[in-house]
Write a protein that binds this ligand. Structure first.
Ligand code: ADP
Ligand code: MG
Length: 354
């Protein structure tokens, strides 16, 4: 059981290439995320899967069946948009029931299914209200309920949380995860928010400029980003990247000089996550002196922005769990870049070097 994009390209009539030879396959029951910056083709990929856009080249398969020629209503998918529209003159109950009514479900089955999904989404007390009597979060949940009530095999959600405030966004995120666990429906979820992607996804499809960059579990994407782009896109603050050169077992970039055993010579980008840099207050072997520039407290962590060199310095950000209230800008701190925490990317192509 699977969904497969086979060499799918989408070019709009104005010449924009929104999807460039997309090749990806995922299983039913997954919570798959399309993640990428604005304009990377996430919405287009979703709309092509739903049948709302014709593709220019390639094919889309569901369970081995070519669905490319099928119109949206024959694809057994539902979609929740960022700007979902509820029917303002209908009650919440009737909004949710609508997909069942057009599919001519019997009345008692409609009642059962509407109440069941309303309970799951905790909107059972609002079934008699009109949409204007709901908060943004409640209305969003009604839109999700309407998409799920007829138990589509695939539910597509295009940035469904982006209109919600921060706290509600976190709550709804948790609810979606629970809902997915209970319903066993395939969720395809679009977001530009890497944190949302990392917490919700069973696997993440990273897109950039219409191209698939990486398709992996959140854990793998964090620990083994396939390119410099992914490395810098995932994780906050972003991975530190430093352009330099390896020769004779040492990485050199301006005034930075590190041992990197077992690596071949050449121009590379060295990457290290802020949380993997080790801090000492006193000089020690393997620790490199840096000058502290800015200290930012983001409870419970502290971010240390540090520099090495005067005119054209190397800058890094360090994320530390311990108390750093003794540290001041212009202090000298000592940093270690553990070898097992280093990532290397080709300077030209950005590809990960194994
Ligand atoms: P995302 O959802 O990742 O922000 P989209 O899939 O909406 O990206 O858009 C991908 C690219 O296709 C962008 O360059 C966008 O401007 C372009 N695009 C989207 N829709 C159309 C359209 N109807 N006509 C022309 N270009 C479009
Ligand atoms: Mg979009």
């Amino acid at each position: 059981m699977s969904v497969k994009f086979k060499n799918v390209s989408k070019r709009f009539t104005d010449g924009t290439l929104a999807l460039d030879n997309l090749e990806v396959e995922f299983s039913k029951g997954e919570f798959v995320i399309f993640l990428g910056p604005s304009g990377s083709g996430k919405t287009t990929a979703c709309r092509c899967l739903a049948g709302l856009e014709d593709i220019t080249a390639g094919k889309i398969f569901v369970d081995g069946k070519d669905i490319t020629p099928l119109p949206p209503r024959e694809r057994e998918m539902s979609m929740v948009f960022q700007n979902y529209a509820l029917y303002s003159h209908k009650t919440v109950y009737e909004n949710i029931a609508y997909p069942l009514r057009i599919r001519k479900y019997p009345k008692d089955e409609i009642d059962f299914l509407v109440k069941n999904v309303a309970n799951l989404l905790q909107i059972q007390d609002y079934l008699g209200r009109k949409p204007r009597q709901l908060s943004g979060g409640q209305a969003q949940r009604v839109a999700v309920a309407r998409a799920l009530v007829w138990q589509p095999s695939i539910c597509l959600m295009d940035e469904p949380l982006s209109n919600l405030d921060a706290i509600l966004r976190l709550q709804t995120r948790t609810e979606l995860k629970r809902l997915h666990d209970e319903l066993k429906c395939t969720f395809v979820f679009v977001t530009h928010d890497q944190e949302e992607a990392m917490t919700l996804g069973t696997r993440i499809i990273v897109l950039n400029q219409g191209k698939l960059i990486q398709f992996d579990t959140p854990r793998k994407i964090y620990s083994e980003p396939a390119t410099r782009f992914v490395a810098e896109f995932i994780g906050r603050p972003a991975m530190n990247t430093i352009e330099g050169k390896i020769s004779n077992g040492r990485f050199r970039a301006k005034e930075l000089d590190l041992p990197v055993s077992g690596r071949s010579d050449g121009k590379v980008v060295l990457g290290i996550r802020p949380e993997h840099i080790v801090l000492q207050r006193e000089s020690q072997s393997d620790f490199i002196p840096f000058t502290l520039d800015v200290v930012e407290l983001v409870q419970p962590d502290t971010l240390l922005f540090a520099k090495k060199g005067q005119s054209d310095p190397i800058s890094v950000v360090v994320r530390i769990m311990e108390d750093c209230s003794d540290l001041r800008p212009r202090d000298t701190i000592y940093l270690k870049f553990p070898q097992q925490a280093l990532h290397f990317f080709d300077l030209g192509t950005g590809e990960r070097l194994s």
